[in-house]
Design a protein around this ligand. Structure first.
Ligand code: GLU
Length: 354
C-alpha cells in the first residue's frame, strides 16, 4: 500500500504538444489519489482486483477525449484504496487544492478517489475550502482493466463539470455515472454497480450528457470557509480529535459506548430509525455526554433527517442532532467542530447550517 504523499506534478500532459489547444482553453488540475478507478484486476473476469494500482498518466491515456475539453495537468498525491484514506492525506489534499484554487490559470480541479470514502473526503473539503472554483471528485465502480470500465467516462464527465462555469460556487461536487451530486448529500448506496451513488434526501444536483453539463437548481450552498469556521491554516497535519461511531441494533447494551467515552472526545450514534437506540445505549450516551464527550445522534437508515427531541430528550441528554448528515459525515463535522473548540449549542448550529 502506497501511503507516501507526493505533491510533485507529473510531467505528462493529456494533450500531446502537437494537438495542444490554444491558451484560451480551460486548464484543469487533476489530482489522483487511487481507488478502483486506478484499479487493476487480478484475473480478466474475476472479481478480484487491487485498488490504486495504476498511475494517473495511465488513467488519462484511456480518455483521449479530454483533449477537446481542457488542458489537463495531472499529479499523483497518493495511490491508495480509499478505505485507507487518512487525515494526513486529507490535510495534504486540502492544502494542495486550496493552492490550485488560488492559481489564476487553473479553471478547476478534479480529484480521482476510491469510492468507499469518497463522500467523506468530498464533505470534508466542502467544510474547509472556499466554494469558488469547481472542485470535482470522481471514482469508478469497475477497475480500469475491467470490461466496460466506467472510469474513463467518469473522468471525461468530471472534467466536463470542472470546466463548466455553472459548477462554480457549489462547493465540491461528486461525478459518477453521468450524474452530479453535492458533497453534503451524496452517498455510496451500494457496494457494487455503476449506479452506486445517489443523494437520497436532496436528489442529484445535475447530469452530464457527453460534454454537456446541466444543473437542476441554482448554487445555494452555505460555505463554512466563507464564514471562516474551520480555517485551513489551523488544521493540524495528523492528530485530530478522536470521534467514534457507535452502530445501534436490537438488544444493544452500553458497553461499547462506555469504552468509546474513555478514549474519544466525540461519539456519533448511527441510530436505528430517527437516531434512536436502546435505553441502555441512551443511558451510556448520557453518561458520556455528562463526562464531556460530545454525542451526536444520526441514523443508520441511509436517508431522512434526525431532528431534536423526537423520541430522545436531546435537551436533557446534552445531545446534538445530525439532521441530514449520515454517520460518517456527522463524524467529519463533529471532528472539525471539536478541533475548533465549539460548544454544544454551536455544534448543533453547525449541523443545521453546513
Ligand atoms: N475499496 C476501494 C476504494 O475505495 C475500492 C472502491 C472503489 O474505488 O470503488 O478505493
Amino acid at each position: 500500500m502506497a501511503t507516501s504523499i507526493s505533491t510533485r506534478c507529473s510531467s505528462a500532459r493529456v494533450c500531446p504538444e502537437s494537438s495542444m489547444p490554444d491558451r484560451r482553453q480551460a486548464r484543469i488540475a487533476l489530482i489522483a489519489t487511487g481507488g478502483t478507478i486506478a484499479g487493476a484486476q487480478t484475473g480478466e473476469l474475476s472479481g478480484g482486483y487491487r485498488a490504486g494500482a495504476l498511475s494517473v498518466d495511465t488513467l488519462l491515456e484511456a480518455v483521449p477525449s479530454l483533449a477537446g475539453l481542457a488542458r489537463v495537468e495531472p499529479e499523483q498525491l497518493v495511490n491508495v484504496g480509499s478505505q485507507n484514506m487518512s487525515y494526513a492525506v486529507w490535510h495534504a489534499l486540502a492544502r494542495r487544492v486550496d493552492e490550485l484554487m488560488r492559481a489564476d490559470d487553473i479553471t478547476g480541479i478534479v480529484i480521482t478517489h476510491g469510492t468507499d470514502t469518497l463522500e467523506e473526503t468530498a464533505y470534508f473539503l466542502s467544510l474547509v475550502l472556499p466554494h469558488t472554483k469547481p472542485v470535482v471528485l470522481v471514482g469508478a465502480m469497475r477497475p480500469a482493466t475491467a470490461m466496460s470500465a466506467d472510469g474513463p467516462r467518469n473522468i471525461h464527465s468530471a472534467v466536463a463539470v470542472a470546466v463548466s462555469p455553472q459548477s462554480a460556487n457549489r462547493g465540491p461536487l461528486v461525478v459518477m455515472n453521468d450524474e452530479v451530486h453535492y458533497a453534503r448529500h451524496v452517498q455510496k448506496m451500494a457496494c457494487g454497480g455503476v449506479d452506486a451513488f445517489d443523494s437520497p434526501n436532496a436528489g442529484r444536483a445535475g447530469v452530464v450528457r457527453g460534454s454537456r453539463v446541466s444543473f437542476y437548481g441554482r448554487a445555494d450552498i452555505a460555505s463554512a470557509a466563507a464564514d471562516n469556521v474551520f480555517p485551513l491554516s489551523q488544521l493540524p497535519a495528523t492528530v485530530w480529535p478522536r470521534v467514534e461511531i457507535a452502530y445501534a441494533c436490537a438488544d444493544m447494551d452500553g458497553l461499547l459506548i462506555d469504552f468509546m467515552a474513555t478514549h474519544a472526545q466525540g461519539i456519533v450514534l448511527a441510530g436505528v430509525g430517527d437516531g434512536n437506540a436502546t435505553d441502555a445505549a441512551v443511558d451510556a450516551m448520557m453518561n458520556a455526554s455528562r463526562s464531556g464527550v460530545a454525542v451526536v445522534r444520526s441514523t443508520r437508515t441511509g436517508s431522512g433527517s434526525v431532528g431534536r427531541n423526537i423520541e430522545v430528550d436531546d435537551d436533557h441528554g446534552g445531545f446534538i442532532a445530525a439532521y441530514e448528515l449520515n454517520p460518517q459525515k456527522a463524524r467529519v463535522l463533529l471532528t472539525l467542530a471539536l478541533m475548533a473548540k465549539r460548544d454544544r449549542a454551536e455544534i448543533q448550529a453547525l449541523f443545521e447550517r453546513y
